[in-house]
Design a protein around this ligand. Sequence first.
Ligand code: ADP
Ligand code: MG
Length: 610
Amino acid sequence: MQKIQQLSTSQAQKIAAGEVVERPANVVKELLENALDAGATKIAVYITKGGKTSLRVVDNGCGMSPEDARICFNKYATSKITHVDELPTIATFGFRGEALASIAAVSTTTLITKEEESDLGYRIIIADNIIISADAVAANTGTDITVNDIFFTIPARKKFLKSDETETRQIEQLMHAVALTHLNVEFKLYVDGTLRYTCPATDDVAQRYAQLFDHSNADHMLKLHSTDAEVKVHGIISHQRYQRYDRSAIYLFVNRRWIKDLKLMRALMRGYQNVLPPARFPAAVLCVEVDPALLDINMHPRKEEVQFMHPRLVETAVQRAITERLQQVVSNELHKPLAPQPAPHVTTPFVIPVQTTVKQRSFDMPSWSAQPVISVAPRQPYILEPAQPAVETIAYTQQVMTPEASTTTMHSVGTVLAQLYQTYILVEQDDALVLIDQHAAHERILYEQLKTEQASLEPIALLFPLLITLHHGQLALLEPYLEQLKAHGIHAEPFGIDCLHVTALPVLFKDRPIDRCIQEIAAWIAEHQSLATAELTDRLHDAMRQRIACAAAVKAGDTLAQEEMEHLVRTLAHTPQNFCCPHGRPTTWQIPHDTITKRFKRDYRQQEKY
Ligand code: ADP
Ligand code: MG
């Protein structure tokens, strides 16, 4: 029996369309590229319900004649190449003639277009690839395309579309990418009838960055310009004092094409090696220019990946350009006179749940809104009122000293000697010197307490509620999880389009900045959205615990009093998993006495003191 059937052209076209058009953002991308190819200097984008209900791109480009307008929806209809040999040198975005055909196969599309020399424009309505109407209309020069009801022809795919907010965010990110590489074009974005932004034409990428993002972030951006013989790297990158919790502000371009290339991303991160802490990311608009003949852009249906003929050369050029730029900034700053230091001030005491009362000044760690990390103000020492009298010898677990050992037998092992670099606690043992990372250790202690003691999360109503400004999309991400946040003692509600109004916090947060913690939680949600709801909710509880512990823990740079160090070390000794912090960084490092002795060429066993 014959089993194989030839699919109809219309069915085949819908399948093929799925490769180009996966979600509304892909449609916007294709329409923007067409507008740019048409020489537009002004482009406006309108989206409704994440582009699912409708999306519209209006340009003032060259427009199309009625004849072209009728055939532009045909597959392989393009004005950009006539022969495949032209591919290697093509300077336009489009060339496959697939986009409009694919879009028309999955939606109802209205095209209005007019060339400058024509008096009248032409309007075509096409649904499921069938022309429904075509007539002359009054129109401005340029093209105006509206795509309604995306995927109405393939409901199976429609089901895979994400929430309106997620689809809107994807479109916004795409618009950012396009706007960042076409400075001479004016862009406007309207979301659900409201103007999100206008970017007038400019010749300065930093200015465009400021038009799109928060102005204060723009102050942290450095211009990048390096001309290798074969690879040009330019754009703007963030100063190392500016740190983000995800990669969402990194835009990579190759020959002005926005790409998502893991290797280039890694090369960029290698450029920041040793200047950014783990799991922190920069913001960057990184443009790489290479000879188009040394590049294959055709390997991906949506052209999001590229294949370089000499990938290592490109990666090295990127890494070097960034490292050199950052080094240049650091050397400039080191030669600057130091700014006058503000006088330290002490805030009210608060309780950390290790039965220890601590006084501290508020931290000046970087919040997402990017306080300079470099200008560290002098810190007020912690003042401890210990519950028990200070003891010299600290009970410590075997497990802390040697993570691989399974025993947790308590034995008296050490004396806290001092704080090193306001970051490590030095403990002397009979057989070793132990360095303890104060932040990692405290973080582990708090994290374990949060897991077992609900009391640590008892919320306290704030006398002065906090208003935290989030960036676009973050509020929408957080909103469904506000109840969950509440279970962790953080009471917050949306305020306006991008603010969170925090009315109560767990006691251990008192006087600590919370913005960073909230930003991190939003970033975590963004990164894990592909998880099933139940798993996401489950893992989110733990992610919240980790971030709360991190935010509330003492930081590197905090001066600790002797008693506080002793208390911390003592508590760590009783804490499960005490050899590493919740992120996996070690809490302790043991240098055996033996090793020290050998280093100084002493005999460990000899008792003579000389
Ligand atoms: P491609 O861009 O690969 O050529 P498309 O399907 O995106 O294929 O577009 C088909 C053709 O329609 C283009 O080659 C171009 O001639 C014309 N076209 C599409 N959009 C526009 C526009 N905004 N302005 C002018 N012409 C356009
Ligand atoms: Mg195109």
